[in-house]
Design a protein around this ligand. Sequence first.
Ligand SMILES: Nc1ncnc2c1ncn2[C@@H]1O[C@H](COP(=O)(O)OP(=O)(O)O)[C@@H](O)[C@H]1O
Ligand SMILES: [Mg+2]
Length: 432
Amino acid sequence: MPTEVLWVDKYAPKKLSEIIGWRKQVEEFVSWFNRALRGEEKRPCLLVGPPGVGKTALVHAFARERGVELIELNASDERSAEKIRELEKVVVTGSITGRPKLLFLDEIDGMSGTADRGGVSAILKIIKISRIPVAMAANDPYSQRLRPLRDMAYTIRFHALRSDLIARKLKQIAEAEGLNITEDAIKAIAQRSGGSLRSAINDLQALSSRELITKADVEAMLGVRDVQSNVFEALNKLFKGSPELAKQAFEDSGLDPRAFLLWVKHATTVAYSDPDEVSRAFDSLSKADIFLTRIIREQEWGLLKYAIDFMTMGVNLAGEKPRGFIRWGVPSRFRVAREEALRSALAKIARHTHTSTREIRRLLPLIRIIASKGRLSFLSREEQAALAPLAKQPPELKEEKEARAEEKPRRRRRAARRAAKRSSGQATLSLG
Ligand SMILES: Nc1ncnc2c1ncn2[C@@H]1O[C@H](COP(=O)(O)OP(=O)(O)O)[C@@H](O)[C@H]1O
Ligand SMILES: [Mg+2]
């Protein structure tokens, strides 16, 4: 597969005048740097604001335009605390070439949480001994861990970008790339970007292979994103909240239990790094998995609450609460292929029913029930799968409940035979 350049890189601002929306912030940054160079400013600079609004872009454009040698560390990289210690040697040298230097510690709140308690103090030490200006960027303005840094820094604040500014930039890119896209579609991307130009540009690129990009296409794609943002909120609750709060995460996520298990499993590897914590969490997840298998096989929905407890409180109690902003990531099974499949499923259904994808999306809960009954045979397996696992357990129809009740004794006997066959204690975590 040919690798395509990311448009966020291709269209990144090359000079300060290309930075959108932050005139005052740019001025403050430039004048901070000038004061720091003259030795009039001892404070490091801290750029704080939501992701994707141009904090990193500003520093890069500045360094490029001004011929500043940028020494850069993305603090959310693994082992960053160690690298910060290595930097100690570099920053005491100051500038010998005559070219000014700037140390830029990006995404300091992403610094690996529990594993790296030394992180913040390592940064404080660097700042203390550094003979070159130090700038930092962070997303979370309220992080307790960053408090010591925030207190000492010269802070420049950023917020979500206005959607008209985002739309204007998208339009420029669309023109440069020769896209065929409606005004509506551009507006929709901008409005749903949450003020992040990065995610808006990424969305535009994700849609760019289509002949014509309409608002319906945007909505079909971004609907999946809505599901994800609920899930991310739920994961924050699950890992960072009290055990009681964690319990609500399942409801909040809007996922069915199997899908929820997959997300939590993936998130566990992000939240915990200590092997003991990870193993306790996985132990809990494997118990949930056993319950779920049994619930689904024997339709014992009464057991669901135990499965949920294991997936939420159990995992919550397995380790120390991760702090700061966490990029949860998406389990591989739910990535792009799935979005693509969902989009094409919706388009096909729309065609079959002579309506718009937008209408289909509005009816999605119903569509999912219909799909779960196997009545959309014109969809491919991938498309059906994309519809199914994100849905909640469909409410059961009354006739079906009765039919099942009759069938139960037989089902039980079958289950008992199966259980006898299996040797005991085969608690494997089969997530699939
Ligand atoms: N204010 C902005 N002006 C111009 N481009 C921007 C701006 N904000 C974001 N971008 C685009 O989005 C990309 C990501 O922005 P970035 O600076 O990395 O965001 P942050 O560091 O705030 O998370 C940039 O490479 C650029 O293409
Ligand atoms: Mg950044």
